[in-house]
Design a protein around this ligand. Structure first.
Ligand SMILES: Nc1nc2c(ncn2[C@@H]2O[C@H](COP(=O)(O)OP(=O)(O)OP(=O)(O)O)[C@@H](O)[C@H]2O)c(=O)[nH]1
Length: 484
């Protein structure tokens, strides 16, 4: 995935900092230099990187941090905050309102994915109960209207355009007027692009904008444009009042750091990302979970969203309390995996879990993982309820390990590996929780909305779990524990 390499390099820099026995200015400088190098290599603009380092250094003055405070955590928090700050300059300049006609104009270079994104945007809102419509004011590229027409028809979105009219302003105005009369509440105007930034393009954009008076102008940017992103985004911003950014082709192999630069240049947030050519390959963009993923901390909210649906609400309070108290038990771990397994492609899902980025979950591991499930089940079967519900793996002493191994027909090493994996995840979850302040800072209501539902489902019932889960090593593979 785009930016995966950047995420990997940043998390490596943080890991190296965490592993250093003595933590001093030298270790801090090395960590910050490594992060700066990673950002620059990912095409983030030089000035942005240098400003970010200055800010972090100001926040993290080692001499000023009182003894007893966890300096490493303060640094991680500062890095997290700074990256979020770059990516999230606040709300878009305009918020759409259902039932009230809004005009949204799309701008961007040719080939950036503008036309495709217009339809994705319309389709996204259509699914949410809006009444969108598409206007093709791109008279520059032959075939643009056909493309929009084809996409719009597929998505069942009304459209307007012309094969003969060459004046984009006229088409835009006619289209907007028509759809206003038809009570559409989201009128999307697709404009022409050019291969490069040209005066003619900007002039045309200005005229369309003046004539249609859009409530929001969205700048569409291809994620692979690299260091040129800042200047390109700035040039668009100077011509029309860009209020939001959509970054496309995030599914490609580009470095993607340009997205950060575009946000800084337009001072407008990224609101969606395109992750493929198809209509539904379009995701709402939220800076915090994105940066979490970038830093290898996983995307908690994405993860929670995915498992949220399946959880019995009546069980929420119980698990809410358990998690708030930091009670991550072996039973939770197993049911956690069980539910992950029920939720579609494991690799994609795991990428949402804190700590499990693509490097920890190499391709090919999945198959192996599936094959090991049966062994998990048998080992779980040999544990007592007390063991499954405890947060203290020490209660499973040597003789119990031997007993579990014997009872499940597995070897000692496999049982120990499972327990090690449990400890690793428990530690990781406590780190994540501390770092994001997740359980600590959420209100009871917010927490019960986010956490318990999934965890409940995760826990679902041991019987069920036994049927569907596999063995210990399986879990290790699934959770990336076997790969360091
Ligand atoms: N992989 C991938 N391809 C995309 C994405 N968004 C758009 N594309 C593809 O990018 C190519 C260009 O997209 P268009 O929508 O035609 O680009 P455009 O900016 O409207 O181009 P002009 O109309 O010429 O200005 C098409 O082949 C799209 O299918 C994306 O998120 N991921």
């Amino acid at each position: 995935m785009v930016l995966a390499q950047l995420g990997g390099s940043i998390s490596l820099a943080l890991r190296q900092m965490n592993d250093a026995t003595i933590f001093d200015q030298k270790v801090l400088n090395e960590c910050l230099n490594n992060i700066a190098r990673a950002l620059l290599q990912a095409d983030v603009q030089f000035k942005l990187v240098s400003d970010m380092l200055t800010n972090i250094k100001q926040i993290v003055n080692l001499d000023d941090i009182a003894a007893g405070h966890n300096k490493r955590k303060i640094i991680q928090q500062a890095i997290f905050k700074e990256l979020c700050k770059i990516l999230d300059p606040g709300k878009p300049s305009f918020t759409l309102m259902k039932g009230k006609p809004s005009v949204v104009m799309f701008v961007g270079l040719q080939g950036s994915g503008k036309t495709t994104t217009c339809t994705k945007y319309a389709y996204y809102h259509h699914k949410k109960g809006w009444k969108p419509a598409l206007v093709c004011a791109d008279t520059f590229r032959a075939g643009a209207f056909d493309q929009l027409k084809q996409n719009a028809t597929k998505a069942k979105i009304p459209f307007y355009g012309s094969y003969t009219e060459s004046d984009p302003v006229r088409i835009a105005v006619e289209g907007v007027e028509r759809f206003k009369k038809e009570n559409c509440d989201l009128i999307i105007v697709d404009t022409s692009g050019r291969h490069k930034q040209e005066a003619a393009l900007f002039e045309e954009m200005r005229q369309v904008s003046e004539a249609t008076k859009p409530d929001l102008v969205i700048f569409v940017m291809d994620s692979s444009i690299g260091q040129a992103a800042f200047d390109q985004a700035q040039a668009f911003k100077q011509s029309v009042s860009v209020g939001a950014v959509i970054v496309t082709k995030m599914d490609g192999h580009a470095k993607g750091g340009g997205a950060l630069s575009a946000v800084a240049a337009t001072k407008s947030p990224v609101i969606f990302i395109g992750t493929g050519e198809h209509m539904n390959e379009f995701e709402v963009f939220d800076a915090k979970p994105f940066v979490s993923r970038l830093l290898g901390m996983g995307d908690w909210s994405g993860f929670m969203d995915k498992i949220n649906e399946a959880v019995p609400i009546d069980q929420q309070p119980k698990y809410h309390e358990k998690l708030k108290e930091g009670k991550f038990t072996l039973r939770i771990m197993f049911e956690f995996v069980q539910n992950i397994l029920q939720m579609g492609p494991i690799g994609q899902f795991l990428s949402n879990i804190p700590g499990f980025n693509e490097e920890l979950m190499p391709k090919g591991n999945e198959k192996e993982t599936q094959a090991k499930r049966q062994r998990y089940m048998t080992m779980m079967d040999s544990m007592t309820n007390e063991e499954l519900d405890s947060c203290d793996p020490k209660i499973i002493n040597e003789s119990r390990i031997m007993r579990i191994a014997r009872g499940s027909g597995r070897n000692l090493r496999e049982v120990m590996e499972m327990l090690e994996e449990y400890k690793r995840i428990a530690k990781m979850l406590s780190n994540i929780s501390a770092l994001t302040g997740l359980t600590r800072n959420l209100s009871a209501q917010a927490t019960s909305n986010a956490f318990p539902p999934q965890m409940l489902k995760l826990m679902g019932g041991l019987q069920n779990l036994m049927k569907q889960m596999g063995s210990t090593k399986d879990m290790m593979g699934m959770l990336g524990g076997g790969k360091k």
